[in-house]
Structure formats: structure tokens, C-alpha cells
Design a protein around this ligand. Structure first.
Ligand code: PSU
Ligand code: MN
Length: 316
């Protein structure tokens, strides 16, 4: 049973497999939280990626929602993976295909397996009838985008697909100001959860003020419900700062990012390889601290996503 206009218009394709516990929760109007898989393959090293992916699913279950990790497996769109499927992606790591909206048809036609980005996870979640998605950070407008035109497909997806993305803002490998401008142009609300500035992933704050701050999951759910009731097709960015205990010194992160950007320029990295390259460099330069921070913030986002999904379910 679907409740919001934008999703009612989307046919569920024969190419989509919704895991039985996910389908059952959706049928009964219980909360479901989507999780992405590029964070597993390209966002963290093995074996921490596997541990984190499984911990995330357990965290979602412990907070009263059903997890649906999204990926493409042998050409099938999957909303909900088995632990074996998660493990295979985690072990494949960056050798797995990173699948954004652009790659979906190609990977399905070839019967291949791949990891979904924020954009393709949103798209598959929406087709499955899932409204809330938790991840670490979204893609955005890259620094120097005026020359490179490098703008993540995540932003266009947010403009067209009605799924709420709970994240810790975005890493400042991106131009955060331009990312906010782009989202404004395309009608995507960016809401600070208990904060008035855009969190910058490893740090709780940035120099960029957010026009909207909401302090409870119920307020967020009410805003989503109204947005979709109005027939607006956009998603929403719910920016949730990293927990205090794991926030990192801004200067340490800034230095690591500058170094990573220099390395990328030096090696002529471009296209879809850019973000994974930068993520890997920042991880390597900052070592274990940033990995611990990354894991902590994703778990924190999963908990907020559960609360938002529950509040949305109560609104019916
Ligand atoms: N930012 C992170 N961690 C990630 C990603 C981004 O801090 O794992 C991943 C997400 O899957 C996101 C993708 O959707 O990178 C964006 O890639 P691109 O810039 O190529 O669109
Ligand atoms: Mn790009």
C-alpha cells in the first residue's frame, strides 16, 4: 500500500527484489530504513566495511526499523541483502562496480553485481516504497567544478526522488557552499537536525548557515509528509552532526583534504573515480581516527533515520 503521490506513479519493475522482511514491514506500514552499498565497497577498507555494514543493520533493527541495504546483485535490483551478499560486496571492495543512476541499465543488462551510490540507492528505495535512507555523506559539487563540471548525480537524484537522506552533511573534499546553492536551485530542502550550520562530516559545524533547523524526528516527519502530500517530487537532506565524542579537529581534516586534492590533481584523477580516490586518500592520511569517526557518524545517522521513519509511519 503506497501513501504518497510521487511514489504511486512509479511502477515497481520486475527487475526489483524486495527482501521478505522489508516487504512485510512496508505492507504493514512499519518503519524501513534504506542503506547504501558504495559506502561498503568504496567508502571504507575491509574488514571494517563488513563489520560496519552488519552493525548498521543490527542498529536499525535495535531501533525498531527494518534495514534494507541496497545493491545490484547479478543484474537484480535489491532492496534488502543477505549477510552473504553484504560480505561479498565488502570483500570485493573498490573492485566492485560503483553504480550510480547512469550505470543502472547497463549493469542490469549485463547481469552484473555492483554497489549503489546515494543516487541509485534513493532511486531503488523509492521504487520499493522506502522513504528514509541513512548514510555517511552525500556527493556534491566538487571544488573547481567551474572547470571540471564535476557535480555528483546524488544532487539531481535528490531533486527528483522522494526519499529523505539522513547524513552527516558532506566531506569538505567538496565545495559545501556550491553544493548548498545547487540544492537550493533544484528545490531540495537541507534541514539541520539540532543544528543551524551544515555539518562537514568529520566536524559538527561549517561556515555555511542552513535556513532550516528542526529539533525532533516528529518535526522532520511532518515536513516530509507535507512536502510529499503537496506532490513535490524532491527528497530531503537531513544533516545530522557527528557525535561530539568523535568529532575531529577541523585543522587536521583540512590538511588531509588539501593533501588528497593535490594527490588527485597530480595523478589526473577524474570522473567517477574522483570521490573514491579522495575518500581513500583522506582515510589513509588521517588513519584510524577518521575511520572510527566515519563509523560512529553512520551509526548515529541510522538511529535518527529510524526515529524519522517511525514518526513518518505514525503519520500514515
Ligand atoms: N562521501 C562519503 N562517503 C561515501 C561517498 C561519498 O563521505 O561513501 C559515496 C556515496 O556512495 C556517494 C558517492 O553517493 O560516493 C558519490 O560519488 P560521486 O561523487 O561520484 O557521485
Ligand atoms: Mn563526479
Amino acid at each position: 500500500m503506497t501513501r504518497y503521490i510521487p511514489i504511486q506513479t512509479q511502477a515497481i519493475p520486475g527487475d526489483l527484489d524486495i527482501a521478505p522482511p522489508v516487504q512485510q514491514a512496508l505492507d504493514e506500514g512499519r518503519p524501513v530504513v534504506a542503506l547504501e552499498s558504495t559506502i561498503i565497497t568504496h567508502g571504507m577498507p575491509y574488514p571494517q566495511n563488513l563489520e560496519t555494514a552488519l552493525k548498521l543493520e543490527a542498529e536499525v533493527l535495535a531501533h525498531g526499523a527494518v534495514p534494507a541495504t541496497v545493491a545490484i546483485v547479478h543484474g537484480r535490483l535489491k532492496a534488502g541483502l543477505s549477510h552473504g551478499e553484504i560480505e561479498a560486496l565488502a570483500r570485493a571492495g573498490p573492485s566492485a562496480i560503483k553504480v550510480s543512476r547512469r550505470e543502472l541499465g547497463l549493469v542490469v543488462a549485463a547481469g552484473q553485481t555492483g554497489a549503489t551510490t546515494v543516487a541509485s540507492t534513493m532511486l531503488i528505495a523509492a521504487k520499493a516504497g522506502i522513504r528514509v535512507f541513512a548514510t555517511g555523506g552525500i556527493g556534491g559539487v566538487h571544488r573547481a567544478a567551474a572547470q571540471t563540471f564535476d557535480i555528483s548525480a546524488d544532487l539531481q537524484e535528490l531533486a527528483r526522488t522522494p526519499v529523505a537522506v539522513v547524513c552527516a552533511g558532506a566531506k569538505s573534499i567538496l565545495d559545501l557552499g556550491l553544493t548548498l546553492e545547487y540544492l537550493e536551485t533544484h528545490g531540495v530542502p537541507v534541514v539541520g537536525y539540532q543544528t543551524s550550520t551544515l555539518p562537514a562530516f568529520f566536524t559538527r559545524e561549517s561556515a555555511f548557515a542552513l535556513p532550516w533547523r528542526l529539533d525532533t524526528p516528529d518535526q522532520i516527519a511532518a515536513a516530509l509528509h507535507a512536502q510529499w502530500r503537496l506532490g513535490l517530487s524532491a527528497g530531503m537532506v537531513i544533516a545530522n552532526p557527528i557525535p561530539h565524542a568523535f568529532a575531529m579537529p577541523a585543522s587536521v581534516i583540512a590538511r588531509a583534504i588539501e593533501q588528497a586534492l593535490q594527490d588527485a590533481a597530480g595523478q589526473g584523477i577524474s570522473g567517477k573515480a574522483t570521490t573514491p580516490f579522495l575518500l581513500e586518500r583522506v582515510n589513509a592520511i588521517t588513519g584510524g581516527d577518521s575511520l572510527a569517526a566515519n563509523i560512529a557518524l553512520v551509526l548515529n545517522n541510522a538511529r535518527l533515520a529510524c526515529a524519522v521513519a517511525a514518526a513518518l509511519a505514525r503519520l500514515g
